[in-house]
Ligand binder design. Structure first.
Ligand SMILES: COc1ccc([C@@H]2N[C@@H](C)[C@@H](O)[C@H]2O)cc1
Length: 449
């Protein structure tokens, strides 16, 4: 091991109450909302297909022009309570809001910059409205914060001169001040989701990333911080030079999920995947016809896939500049919510079962009891669902929607579950009562090969 001052501060999963709540939440709503939602990917009549929150760079818009969008920000259809009710209905247990994205515009009245909600026609503290509305629905609120800031004159992509060092030192003080006010003024915040930390300027200041983590946890004991903030003494990010995860959970899965067979090592620590509905749009884009838009069922499978590997799934919504939620996103919330209403117990407080992944779908395991859940996305044509279980495991009972289903032992540690013949519009859940691992006398002859 190399000695590190700014590396991982601990190893293994946190097991304090705050982290157990963060982990058990499992399903979150990401919200990307800022000035980029006003043009929505279209500038001077031209549609830019790249991510709408990057329109400033896609359309090469000067900062002064872009920043003047602040004077147009007046979301007359914004209703924080409606958003929170929709998220509740969807079954989200937490919400992560972009307090400030790369553009540098702040959804809260920051004392450290005038480029904030207080100087828009809307004026009011949107962040406060959202925190209160979501907390009122029993939904935890986490803050996304981009360190990268296109608006701030002292931001640097790299440190190449003494002037860069002086300017960037000022920038880091600015960012620390903003984070301190976020952690102080919104005391119910539960976690911080850092982005915009991949540049050399940050890699060369790993000390600051640890200082921020420690400051936030001092102000908000129990706060959860993602690995993406962190750089160690040698500029190594997420995982330090000794292979240890920094921060409290691994946050590298963006628009992709770990493979349930090849990437099982991800289960050794907490992690979260964040996901867009279109192929690559986080902020509101006026034209979603330019790429594949994931269906509610595709997104539900991703949620179940994530839970089955012990991770949290953060599904993104990009509200329009007027504060409305587009129809596609409302449809997703309703459809996933209907399933979560019936089956949330196989997601919330559930984890990796440690059983071998099979083609029919995913296993999840509640924290306690000898239950293993099966969420079936691929229904066998003959209605006989073949399940392999760990050696010596016996299934004492299997139920679907509370009714017993027949379990037929067909070989060593293999069963057919007889599915009721019906049209399955949404994935059925089979709850297994499994008494596992007891070595039983080999009832089946091993093939001599
Ligand atoms: C390819 O570079 C990037 C840089 C930033 C992002 C941001 N991270 C996501 C969580 C969104 O905020 C996106 O704008 C995505 C790709």
């Amino acid at each position: 091991e190399v000695p590190l001052k700014y590396g991982a501060q601990y190893t293994g999963k946190r097991t304090d109450e705050a982290m157990n709540k963060w982990r058990g939440n499992r399903f979150g709503q990401f919200i990307h909302w800022g000035l980029y939602a006003i043009p929505g990917g279209v500038w001077n009549g031209k549609t830019y297909n790249y991510a709408a929150e990057f329109l400033k760079s896609s359309a090469k818009i000067p900062t002064s022009t872009w920043d003047s969008l602040m004077y147009q920000f007046n979301p007359v259809k914004f209703n924080a309570r409606q958003w929170a009710k929709m998220a509740k209905q969807m079954g989200a247990r937490y919400m992560t809001i972009t307090t400030k994205h790369h553009e540098g515009f702040c959804l809260w009245p920051s004392q450290y910059t005038d480029f904030n909600i207080g100087n828009t026609p809307y004026k009011k503290d949107i962040l406060k409205e959202l925190v209160e509305a979501y907390n009122a629905e029993g939904i935890d609120v986490n803050f996304y914060y981009s360190v990268l800031d296109w608006h701030h004159p002292d931001w640097r992509y790299d440190i190449k001169s003494p002037e860069d060092s002086v300017a960037f030192r000022r920038f880091l003080q600015f960012a620390s001040g903003q984070l301190r006010e976020l952690a102080t003024n919104y005391p119910t915040v539960k976690a911080f989701w850092f982005d915009g930390t991949w540049d050399n300027s940050i890699k060369k200041n790993g000390w600051w990333t640890l200082e921020v983590e420690q400051m936030l946890k001092k102000i908000r004991p129990g706060a959860v911080v993602n690995s993406r903030l962190r750089a160690d003494d040698f500029g190594k990010r997420h995982i330090d030079s000794n292979g240890k995860l920094m921060g409290d959970y691994e946050s590298g899965y963006e628009r992709r999920l770990p493979n349930p067979v090849k990437d099982v090592q991800v289960t050794r620590w907490d992690w979260e995947a964040c996901m867009t509905v279109p192929e690559n749009q986080w902020g509101y884009h006026k034209d979603w016809s330019v790429s594949h838009v994931k269906s509610p069922l595709e997104l539900l499978e991703m949620l179940v896939h994530t839970t089955s590997m012990g991770g949290n799934f953060l599904l993104n919504f990009g509200p329009a500049g007027d504060g409305s939620i587009r129809a596609e996103e409302q449809h997703i919330a309703r459809t996933i919510g209907a399933w979560m209403q019936q089956n949330g117990q196989v997601i919330y407080d559930c984890d990796y079962a440690g059983w071998e992944k099979q083609d029919w779908g995913y296993f999840t395991k509640p924290r306690t009891g000898n239950i293993v859940n099966m969420v079936v996305f691929n229904i066998p044509v003959n209605g006989l669902l073949k399940v392999k279980v760990p050696a010596g495991t016996k299934i004492s009972k299997a139920t679907l929607a509370g009714k017993n289903v027949k379990v037929e032992e067909i070989a060593k540690d293999q069963f057919f579950i007889h599915l009721p013949q019906q049209a399955y519009k949404m994935p059925p859940v089979i709850v297994l009562e499994a008494v596992g691992g007891a070595k039983t006398n080999a009832q089946y002859q091993e093939a001599k090969t």
